[in-house]
Design a protein around this ligand. Structure first.
Ligand code: FE2
Ligand code: FE2
Length: 166
């Protein structure tokens, strides 16, 4: 196995060691059944977590806190709050849930509560919080566009099938 593959394997193992603490919790796993940008919320969180992990390592930040914060940033389920309240209030609910099941340090708390900036007014205080805020937006845009393209592709397919068989 060449050196780059070995490094990637080691990094992946390190990331999933952090992730597994969260995945062991029942309520956290319930996010597998909740839609978020057209995919499961847990998938979105995992994607933000991975991007944060690799970029914070590259930038020599506190990658453990930034990754943990990313993995808790959208930790809420349907029963926690209504759809109407979700946009502005979910960071506070995610913090409440995270504190109930995990230990949360100051950087992680800042990441969770301020990841929706500028929709929520409080500015991220740490470099790690700014990074998660950016990673979340990049991932959300990617997922949203991918979801829209899927819908468009399905509509085009339906149109072609309808035209051919009508
Ligand atoms: Fe969020
Ligand atoms: Fe998010």
């Amino acid at each position: 196995m060449d050196i780059s593959k070995k490094i990637m394997k080691k990094l992946k193992r390190e990331y999933y060691n952090i992730y597994n603490e969260f995945y062991e919790v029942n309520k956290y796993r319930k996010m597998k059944n909740i839609l978020h940008h057209g995919i499961a919320r847990i998938e979105h969180i995992n994607r933000v977590g991975k991007l944060t992990f690799y970029t914070s390592k590259l930038l020599k930040l506190d990658y453990i806190s930034s990754t943990r914060g990313a993995l808790m940033h959208d930790f809420f389920i349907k029963e926690d709050l209504s759809k109407k309240e979700a946009l502005k209030h979910h960071p506070q609910i995610a913090l409440k849930n995270s504190k109930k099941y995990f230990t949360v340090n100051k950087i992680e708390e800042d990441i969770i509560t301020k990841h929706m900036f500028p929709i929520t007014k409080q500015k991220p205080k740490y470099k790690e919080s700014i990074l998660v805020c950016i990673c979340d937006k990049l991932v959300s845009c990617y997922e949203f566009i991918r979801f829209k393209i899927n819908i468009q592709a399905n509509l085009i397919m339906m149109f072609i099938i309808n035209t051919l068989y009508s």
